[in-house]
Design a protein around this ligand. Structure first.
Ligand code: PMP
Ligand code: GLN
Length: 383
């Protein structure tokens, strides 16, 4: 049964914390939205599309211009050719791609390996499909997992593995060894792999490995992403699923009844975005690397336990030196008394208690905002 109250906060933790930040005037390092706007060349393409192109229902699988741009980008990133008709489905953000994938590929009672801390859409997506997550913990502070836990879940009948790399909220970038291990497990147990790669352009250490490109994995992998993070346009909700034809059919079967299609101006804007030159991505990633260093250095000085994230735009810091019983109490103090909003990560944990000692800060904010937050955080310093 799907619970009527899918979030322990009533609404999602992100909405709850953002609302509290607005009410109290706290600086919002909670929800992961950039404090700046996306590139003009992308916005202009969407405006032109509204004025000059069709505003009637686009094809359910997505407009040809965007599917072709996704296939061309995939060739640049992987060297592999994909068919924009058979292998690409445009969705309303990665959120809808996840829902369509869960609903289209899982049957009630199916078990899925999900790494925790887990982005909130995963357990909810499983619940919507009647599937059951088998959680494998990424252990603080380096977020490694016990390989035998993955094997045991598959041995006990799990039929899919969900991988998010770079990972929200830990910033972990799964290593080639970890990805190969997951691939070997999927092949040995004939499991499906779903990858959420929305932070694919934010990698500061290590390398972004695409599961679908590992030997034997194309046939059993559904790759999901969106333009929200890569182009600082989180409100556009334009994403996609890349998969072999038999899995694409499953995703589309659900997608056509979830949203049917995605607004066509955003699709044409996204097509322009994906044609950005390599320098665009280099600048984005270098800018984020500098913000990561600013925030991790600052948090370390204040007294947090910090390991710099390898990717994405979050820092999961240890707050235990400040003496609060758990993350909820700590975040409450942060918002009310310190004036900085952050996410209590126990919300992302289902088995382990490790989230209680941690707090998630987002660094997709301009330097003035990060500096002002670090000044306020000095209040936490012990004399
Ligand atoms: N997956 C992860 C891991 C995310 O952090 C987000 C952020 N919103 C999403 C999916 C959803 O992406 P979108 O906004 O494209 O729906
Ligand atoms: N991905 C964003 C985060 O982790 C939240 C998006 C949302 O509010 N659903 O902060």
């Amino acid at each position: 049964m799907v619970s009527a109250r899918l979030s322990p906060f009533g609404s999602t933790v992100f909405t709850t914390i953002t609302a509290r930040a607005r009410e109290t005037g706290a600086i919002d390092l909670g929800q992961g939205y950039p404090s700046w706007e996306g590139p003009d060349f992308v916005k202009r393409a969407a405006v032109a599309a509204i004025l000059e192109a069709s505003n009637q229902y686009p094809p359910s699988m997505g407009v040809p211009e965007l599917r072709q741009a996704i296939a061309d980008r995939w060739r640049l990133d992987t060297g592999a050719e994909i068919d924009p008709v058979a292998n690409v489905t445009v969705t309303s953000g990665c959120t809808e791609a996840l829902a369509a994938t869960f609903l289209g590929t899982f049957d009630p009672g199916d078990r899925i390996v999900v790494f925790e801390p887990a982005y909130d859409a995963y357990p909810v997506g499983c619940a919507l499909a009647g599937a059951q997550p088998d959680y494998v913990t990424l252990h603080h502070p380096h977020f490694e997992f016990d390989p035998s836990a993955v094997r045991s879940a598959l041995e006990a009948g799990a039929r899919a593995i969900l991988v998010n790399t770079p990972h929200n909220p830990t910033g972990k970038v799964f290593t080639i060894e970890e990805m190969k291990f997951i691939a070997d497990m999927a092949i040995e147990y004939d499991a499906l792999v779903i990858t959420d790669e929305v932070y694919e352009r934010m990698v500061y250490e290590g390398e972004h490995i695409r599961m679908a490109t590992l030997p034997g994995m194309w046939e059993r992998t559904i790759t999901l992403s969106s333009i929200g993070k890569s182009f600082s346009l989180t409100g556009w909700k334009t994403g996609w699923a890349i998969a072999p034809e038999h899995l694409t059919s499953a995703v589309r079967a659900a997608h056509q009844f979830l949203t049917f299609t995605t607004p066509n101006p955003m699709q044409l804007g996204a097509a322009a975005a994906l044609r950005a030159p390599a320098e665009y991505y280099e600048e984005l990633s270098a800018g984020y690397a500098a913000k990561r260093n600013k925030l991790t250095d600052g948090l370390g000085e204040v007294g947090f336990g910090v390991v710099a994230p390898q990717g994405a735009y979050y820092v999961l810091a240890d707050h235990t030196s400040f003496g609060f019983p758990d993350d909820l109490a700590f975040v409450d103090h942060l918002i009310t008394d310190v004036g900085v909003a952050a996410i209590p990560p126990s919300y992302f944990y289902h088995v382990s208690e490790e989230g209680r000692r941690l707090v998630r800060f987002a660094f997709c904010k301009d330097d003035d905002t990060l500096d002002a937050a670090l000044v306020r955080l000095q209040k936490l310093r012990r004399p």
